[in-house]
Design a protein. Structure first.
Lengths: 192, 192
DNA sequence: GCTCAAAGCGGATAGTCCATCCGCTTGACG
DNA sequence: CGTCAAGCGGATGGACTATCCGCTTTGAGC
């Protein structure tokens, strides 16, 4: 992955495109690369060169958000202490953080929900995040805090499901609904 | 809603179109009305006349599935007896039935997940179904079997979320995963 | 500061897909 | 059988996608 540094103009355009893309994502608009080009005052080909598909653009937009989640997870992990309640609390907090992030940043949802193969650029990031979540999960599970019917691989799907469910509910505040649903779900995930 | 009966040829075409549409839905293909027309040996305009959008076609395809769920619910409801465990079991069984149906019939998912306003044709059916689920829910709730943080209006979103989560999970058997997730979720919904 | 190779640019345009319109056909009914 | 409205079909304009290629800009080397 040794990338030659971009030429000055190319870097400028890259940022402009990303900015426009971020704006579109935030307002929930569908991403059409020709429109992005016009809005960024850039040729169509320039957009397509940097981002061959809308998904590639969204992926790149989502990058920082994923990294933030990873850092969040890493900063809190090392304090070990596999006490049952603590390990559960740590897992729960990160799931809430993940749901909050997805509710806040619309670029995350499609990236998390997409199959691994569809997102070459973020595959490695997702891997790292999954590994962090997995560690938290394993600790909680080892401490006996988790229902044995739930596995590591279920965490991301379940988080996506929570966000999706909240977006189906015809409510103004999607984030609050998502938190509520996650709370209910976690009552089921927690072992009794 | 007094509809003039269709002319013989129109009815024939209508069925052909629906059949083709059902096939496409079953194989998970995206629905393009021009393709449907060709596959049904029918003019494009004929398809558009019956179904102005792909959603309208899916809606109609989903109709019988929704009706089956309604009947299922109605046939079991009247036996009243608001005993706590029984009312919970009835609610649970119908949620499982709903999830199973969605896993089996791909046309249901978009219809359930769509906002009321987007689906003029099925709005009334969805209403009826929601009313049935609502009754089951209210009975269970009145019997104290349900977590007070969950409301009637949450049932459909949560079911959609379960299906969505299962479809994110990279597994062969989506139906089984969905059932598993629903079981976990219901552990959280049930009052302890 | 000048030169020049190559990295990068942009927009014209060919390829697709979508949905409407309108002249023709067919079924219903007396 | 004749009438005529309901219904048919596909040609076609409009929108969107993505590529190609001739031109411009950059920056490394002198």
């Amino acid at each position: 992955m040794t990338t030659v540094p971009l030429r000055k103009d190319a870097a400028r355009n890259w940022h402009r495109i990303l900015e426009v893309g971020r704006g579109l994502v935030d307002e929930g608009a569908p991403i059409q690369l020709n429109d992005v080009a016009r809005a960024a005052s850039v040729g169509v080909a320039t957009v397509y060169r940097h981002f061959p598909t809308p998904e590639a653009l969204v992926e790149t937009i989502a990058g920082p958000g994923i990294e933030a989640l990873i850092e969040h997870a890493e900063s809190a992990l090392p304090e070990s202490a596999p006490d049952r309640d603590e390990s559960w609390a740590a897992l729960r907090d990160f799931l809430f953080a993940g749901v909050d992030a997805q509710a806040r940043d619309a670029s995350l949802q499609p990236v998390f929900a997409a199959p691994r193969s569809a997102l070459p650029r973020t595959a490695e990031l997702k891997e790292r995040l999954a590994a962090r979540y997995g560690e938290l999960f394993d600790r909680a599970r080892a401490a006996g805090a988790v229902d044995p019917g739930v596995a590591r691989e279920d965490l991301v799907p379940l988080m996506c499901g929570v966000i999706f469910a909240a977006s189906v509910h015809p409510t103004a505040d999607r984030a609050a609904t998502a938190r509520r649903y996650l709370a209910v779900l976690l009552d089921g995930v927690r072992r009794r």
